[in-house]
Design a protein around this ligand. Sequence first.
Ligand code: ADP
Ligand code: MG
Length: 392
Amino acid sequence: MSKRSLRDLPPAALDGQRALVRVDFNVPLKDGAVSDETRIRAAVPTIRYLREKGARVVLLSHLGRPKGPDPKASLKQILRDVERILGTPVEFIPDPATGVAATRRLPRGGVALVENTRFWPGEEKNDPAFAQLLAALGDFYVDDAFGAAHRAHASTEAVARLLKPAVAGFLMEKELRYLGEALDHPGRPFVAVLGGAKISGKIDVIQALLPKVDEILVGGAMANTFFLALGFQVGGSLVERDKEDLAKELIAQAGAKLVLPRGAVVAPSLSRAAERREVPSDRIPGDCAVFDIDQATRLDFRSHIVKAKTVFWNGPMGVFETPPFDAGTRAIGEAMIEAGKRGATTVVGGGDSAAAVAGLEDKLTHVSTGGGAALELLEGKPLPGVAALEDA
Ligand code: ADP
Ligand code: MG
């Protein structure tokens, strides 16, 4: 179901009106400074559009997981970054209960940022009374916080039921288009590439994707559990021994769709990369662990990916944080870019996967900013923050 978009609101609904915009400014901080501003930048198109149309923009976000007010989780810490990225001064509202006057004072095109919504217990309880306080800060509601849409909180769910119109911002729209509609009606062949640390946690994603995809390529530590199911030894590799039966079931269910790695890059430990070597998947030495897919697998996966019309990727192929074990993961990114050049829709979802393609976003159709929310959408679960918005 597609949702009413900010684009659908007529000029008169925007000009001079207070837009209450839920953004996802839950950015990583290092010593009080923003270490990755991707999520702030992702909200810029919506904020810029509203400002250009003469709206007064009131931003809401959470940051971290504070238990009540906590200076280390204050959004005040990112105020200067938000001002720099937006190119305009931003008024800080320390408490929604007393913020209404400040929102009314904003000039057309002016911007305010409300303190971390999680400082108030009503936020995570989805409390209607707290949502009412938030709703008083705007004349209409825009949800651009896809990364928070899987949580029914006051600033994502209850407020959208109180303050109308309640529409999707441009980032939200893009996430729903590429993770929802594009994967529901994919150009074929549709190839999914899955990796990362564990099968558990992604079982529902695998099961939801299986009937939709033409091929599913599995790498990363996730593949080790499939190796066990096939009777291969995995040495000291990261593996889920209690998920062996599940892996057997998935192998039976997937049939010819499932493509497993032909071989692996193994080493005695992460720190002994100089001793790494490539082995076939059924020859993993007992005193080694798998840290990446091997060259033969990279070429094999590439050949599937470049022939696809839709590629969805979640989960690194190896311990990409520790070079040289990033090579398999990088090879998948490159193959996706090549598929894109040949006309494929290429979508990346997942926190670590997005980090692995950082800097390549322009060469891919869509890199999702929402980790947990993206996976839940793929599983076909309704996202409360999306459900609360008006249908198109
Ligand atoms: P995402 O955040 O994209 O959904 P995950 O969180 O599922 O991805 O998995 C990412 C993690 O998986 C990374 O920290 C990576 O180091 C780890 N990983 C991938 N392959 C292996 C492997 N062979 N051995 C150990 N860890 C691995
Ligand atoms: Mg992760």
